[in-house]
Design a protein around this ligand. Sequence first.
Ligand SMILES: C[S@@+](CC[C@H](N)C(=O)[O-])C[C@H]1O[C@@H](n2cnc3c(N)ncnc32)[C@H](O)[C@@H]1O
Ligand SMILES: O=[N+]([O-])c1ccc2c(c1)CN[C@@H](CO)C2
Length: 273
Amino acid sequence: MEENGKDSGVVAMAACYQGFDPAAYLQYNYTPPRADFERTDSIVPWKLACLHRAFTEGDVSGELLVDIGSGPTLYQVLSGCEVFKKVLLTDFLEVNRQELRRWLQDEGGCNMDWTPYLQHVCKLEGRRPSEWTEKAAKLRQVITDVLPVDIHLPQPMASGALPSAGADCLVSCFCLEAASPDLAAFTKALGHIKRLLRPGGHLLLIGALGESYYFGGPGVKIPVVPLNEEQVCASLKETGFTLIRLEVYTLPQDMRVGVDDVTGVFFVKAKKE
Ligand SMILES: C[S@@+](CC[C@H](N)C(=O)[O-])C[C@H]1O[C@@H](n2cnc3c(N)ncnc32)[C@H](O)[C@@H]1O
Ligand SMILES: O=[N+]([O-])c1ccc2c(c1)CN[C@@H](CO)C2
């Protein structure tokens, strides 16, 4: 711990993110092959299927869904937007919050066309893919804000950002392990975000397995806490979450495209008792 009370590893992680490039990040991870809706073994369709099932199997409900560490993406809430009246997106970087606001304001200038994602989730919902325009409108209606967040603070969001009882559901994808200097900080951050969730609320957590770095832009190499399934389960247990389901995706060789050294992806559905 440094004299100003900030952990040096956390300060170093924040410095790594100063070069983060939303457009490059989207290009690296959210275009084919990693986002190929014609391939059953592509990563993004697998994530969307996990999220769709988790949001629609009947035990998740309430008013408010909060996505922690949204980055420049909103695939995380494409299913949740049909279940919750209000959705908040959050990120540490203004460049990412701006990217999300550009899409929400629908005034052009976005670095991403989410149409194939909207169409794919409509299909998962048994709707015609052409209903993607209704889903886009629903998203723009329920996502009421894009707010700052810092998972390393005991109170990750500004006081008053959430109702005193907390959110009814949290989703967080590739954030904690990619923003933490080590496993202890990862686990501590999990405890911090748990405080944003009401008792009985659910956490849907997606993350990288076996990853030690990723590129957040050209030449922007960001260290990642390499996790295995046992460590994920141990951190959830240590922070008092009840594990409901853990699913694991192992990357086929052609999904390893040089933008990181990730070997697998985990999906966790857990509950705060
Ligand atoms: C790998 S990206 C994940 C983006 C997106 N959720 C996804 O699924 O692709 C990691 C995100 O964590 C954010 N981040 C970095 N440090 C953070 C912190 N201290 N608290 C919260 N988020 C942080 C970054 O700004 C970035 O958007
Ligand atoms: O394949 N994907 O869908 C995908 C999406 C985002 C990310 C990864 C893979 C792996 N690296 C993480 C950063 O730690 C970010």
